[in-house]
Each structure stands twice: as structure tokens, then as C-alpha cells.
Ligand binder design. Structure first.
Ligand code: SF4
Length: 76
């Protein structure tokens, strides 16, 4: 499973980071990004797609379901 965030629609409420801090992180611009290896991956958007560790898939799907901006995209 892979995941990315479309920062254009992110509200910055931080819910994804609360639900799965291993994958989501609010950056200095106040928007959520996905992480890999403990660091934010790339410039964001689809080019920042990361692989989700299997043990975190449920948390990522929960974050996607609750995301206020509906801007967390999961690919399988
Ligand atoms: S839950 Fe969605 S809207 Fe909220 S910070 Fe995360 S990506 Fe942005």
C-alpha cells in the first residue's frame, strides 16, 4: 500500500499526524506530508508517495477516512 497527501486541500488540522505519526507529519508550512525513514518525503503531492509499512495500514486508512480535506490518497 502507498500513500500521498495533496497539500492543496490540506486544512492543517493535524488529525492524520495524531492518528499515525509514523507516516504523517505537519511541516513548517502548516500542512501535512508523508514520511519515509522518519523524514518528510520530497516536495509533497503525488511525487512524495511513500510505501506504508503493513503494520500501519489500518492507521493510514483511518486517517484517510477522517481527513477533513479528503486529500489523503491511498494506492494499492
Ligand atoms: S487529516 Fe487531512 S486535512 Fe488534516 S492535516 Fe492531515 S492531510 Fe491535512
Amino acid at each position: 500500500m502507498k500513500v500521498w497527501v495533496d497539500q492543496e486541500y490540506c486544512t492543517g488540522d493535524g488529525l492524520c499526524e495524531e492518528l499515525c505519526p509514523q507516516v504523517f507529519r505537519l511541516a513548517d508550512d502548516g500542512l501535512a506530508y508523508v514520511m519515509e525513514g522518519g523524514e518528510i518525503r520530497g516536495p509533497g503531492g503525488r511525487t512524495g508517495t511513500v510505501a506504508v509499512p503493513p503494520e500501519l495500514e489500518d492507521e493510514v486508512l483511518d486517517a484517510q477516512a477522517q481527513c477533513a480535506g479528503e486529500c489523503i490518497y491511498v494506492e494499492r
